[in-house]
Design a protein around this ligand. Structure first.
Ligand SMILES: [Zn+2]
Ligand SMILES: [Zn+2]
Length: 378
């Protein structure tokens, strides 16, 4: 009888081990038993081969499922004990027999599919759509209409894939079961029926418009409501908005991923907005009011006398609305003091008079700066 060791035991992992755990353990053990590290040690060589085989099986979800169910019998090659007739059969051969003539797919594909698996397989694919919106749209919320090309249920045959008048008949190969079961010795193999691909039914005459697929690619328009306050990366799920299911099974979902475009004036940081507003140096010195554009219309900000370049002013509740919350974030206005580049003779004269009147106390930062570095000038 087979004295093969258990694959999980060989890899020193538990039966519920995840792929990364198996991989990690394999790496460790393969290094330990590598023939280069153990020259002339037949036991290490055997262990190394064993590891490779176990790894190969457990890293393949289908092979692993087969192994969990049948143990080594699932992969036994050729002759069984006693040799020749009866006894063991190569399960690979069994699969090939069942599959011969059937369309595509790996040997292990759809291994032991049940009704739920079939429903999942016939469900339409989920789709993703990337949608760019402006900052204004993100702040107010927006109604958008998108155009999307996807597989939709064929109207001519209403998704059945059958030409009108053509009947849908029970598959004669699996007698409507969707699976073919083959028994050999103690092995029982269930496989998706290659004739009806698991549906249990076949079409007498396929629909000419969709060639029996039941679906056709179409462009459709879809209205979306983007809620206020969303940020880049926000996902809007549209249930059933994905591809149509096969044979009238359920549709996939559509995921609309929102990207908020950069704004020419406002910079966004979560709920906060930032912007820069230039102000005349006289306003900075004398104080006054400045007009500030916001996403919600113009507002007036008071600037105190003696405002320095780069000072930030907070305007409450003028940032982005809080998604699924109440209120808004704040708007921060950074002032940029503008020095006049050209002066007419009158202005120049007045400024010169002003300069003569200036004392060092008028510019304390300037004064302390030169006090700090005065040693450098000696
Ligand atoms: Zn059709
Ligand atoms: Zn069938």
């Amino acid at each position: 009888m087979s004295s093969k060791r258990d694959y999980y035991e060989i890899l020193e992992v538990v039966k519920s081990a995840r792929e990364d755990e198996i991989k990690k353990s394999y790496r460790k053990l393969a290094v330990r038993f590598h023939p280069d590290k153990n020259p002339g040690d037949p036991e290490a060589e055997e262990r190394f081969k064993e590891l490779g085989e176990a790894y190969d099986v457990l890293m393949d979800p289908n092979k692993r499922a087969a192994y969990d169910r049948y143990g080594h019998a699932a992969f036994q090659q050729g002759r069984g004990p006693g040799g020749g007739g009866g006894g063991f059969h190569d399960p690979f051969d069994l699969f090939r027999e069942v599959f011969s003539g059937g369309g595509g797919g790996g040997i292990f594909e759809h291994f032991f599919g049940n009704a739920q698996d079939r429903a999942d397989r016939y469900r339409g694919s989920d789709l993703r759509y990337d949608l760019e919106i402006s900052l204004e749209e993100a702040s107010a919320g927006a109604d958008k209409e998108i155009e999307i090309r996807k597989l939709e249920t064929c109207e001519a045959c209403e998704g059945t894939g059958a030409q009108s008048g053509s009947k849908i008949i029970t598959c004669s190969v699996c007698r409507g079961q969707g699976q073919v079961v083959t028994s050999r010795g103690f092995l029982q193999m269930a496989q998706t029926c290659p004739n009806c691909r698991g549906s249990g039914q076949v079409i007498e005459k396929p629909c000419s418009s969709c060639r029996g697929q039941g679906r056709r690619e179409k462009t459709s328009r879809l209205k979306l409501r983007i809620p206020a306050g969303v940020e880049t990366g926000f996902k809007l799920r549209v249930p059933n908005g994905g591809e149509a299911g096969l044979r009238n099974n359920s549709n996939g979902d559509l995921y609309v991923v929102v990207h908020v475009a950069r704004h020419s004036f406002f910079e966004r940081d979560g709920h906060e907005l930032h912007c820069e507003v230039p102000i005349p140096f006289t306003t900075a010195a004398l104080g006054g009011e400045i007009r500030v554009p916001t996403l919600y219309g113009e507002t007036i900000a008071k600037i105190p006398a003696g405002t320095q370049n780069g000072t930030n002013f907070r305007i409450r509740q003028h940032g982005m609305p809080i998604y699924q919350g109440s209120g808004k974030g704040d708007l921060f206005v950074r002032v940029k003091v503008e020095v006049p580049t050209r002066l007419n003779p009158v202005q120049r004269k007045k400024l010169e008079e002003f300069a003569e009147l200036c004392e060092s106390d008028n510019t304390p930062i300037h004064k302390s700066f030169y006090e700090q570095i005065k040693d450098l000038f000696t």
